[in-house]
Design a protein around this ligand. Structure first.
Ligand SMILES: [Zn+2]
Length: 245
């Protein structure tokens, strides 16, 4: 069996037998990997404590027929603060649930890996309002997997403009010609909030949005959830547990 090295983020773990654990990881080079870590639940295990959910680890593995086998694990970033608080831990649980749903085994997706790492880093800093990072994460993940929210051009005809109609199913804002009759206009502040949640890279502006535009943020958060659940065709169980202001 071939041996390989990978870095990955632990999505979830399951007990196996008396002393082993099955670990689901999002790796940088191979997409989702399911691997067994033997003996890690024994007292004094060399690396059991490094394979906690949300940990970013460097691994040595052997390929297996069904499950690969982890033979070495070193911590790159433990993200221990994420697990220490209920609110950040609940927010991270949504992130890994959605990633576990979309990630494919054996398919490299560096965009997805970097997004999850950034989302967990944002939570690891101990934010007052972790839910805003979930809202942004959901829309950014949708974009990474091919469902980008249009906010500055009509999602149907691509006419640029400060449009005021917003559709989950069509994929973003709609111009007056494309909006179905009877569609109600939304406040531009809501669309600007959706745009901020979606725009890649910048996480530091998000707490400001949450503080200064709470109403627009709440509408944008509802939109983000509806958008992702519609386009990924799935309800995410962990979402309800995230505390919201
Ligand atoms: Zn249009």
């Amino acid at each position: 069996m071939a041996s390989y090295r990978e870095q990955g983020i632990v999505l979830r773990t399951y007990k196996l037998g008396e002393t082993d654990r099955i670990v689901h990881l999002l790796t940088q080079g191979r997409g989702k990997v399911r691997a067994v870590a033997q003996g890690v639940r024994r007292p004094g295990s060399r690396f059991g404590g490094r394979l906690e959910p949300y940990s970013h680890v460097e691994l040595q593995l052997y390929e297996g027929r069904n499950l690969d086998r982890i033979t070495q694990a070193d911590l790159l970033a433990p993200h221990a603060a994420v697990r220490a608080e209920y609110a950040t831990s609940a927010a991270a649980a949504v992130m890994v649930e959605v990633v576990d749903h979309v990630a494919q085994e054996g398919e490299r997706d560096n965009g997805l890996f970097l997004l999850l790492r950034a989302g967990l880093q944002a939570l690891d800093a101990g934010p007052d309002d972790p839910a805003i990072f979930v809202d942004a994460f959901l829309l950014r993940l949708a974009s990474v997997v091919g469902f980008h929210v249009f906010t500055d051009a009509c999602a149907v005809c691509r006419t640029p403009g400060a449009h005021v109609f917003l559709s989950v199913t069509a994929g973003g804002v709609l111009c007056p010609e494309c909006a179905p009759t009877g569609t109600r206009a939304v406040d531009r502040a809501v669309i600007e909030a959706v745009a901020l949640l979606t725009s890649g890279g910048e996480w530091s502006a998000l707490p400001v949005l949450a503080r200064e535009r709470p109403a627009a943020r709440a509408r944008a958060a509802s939109y983000a959830r509806a958008f992702v659940e519609h386009h990924l065709d799935r309800r995410f169980r962990a979402y309800e547990a995230v505390p919201r202001p």
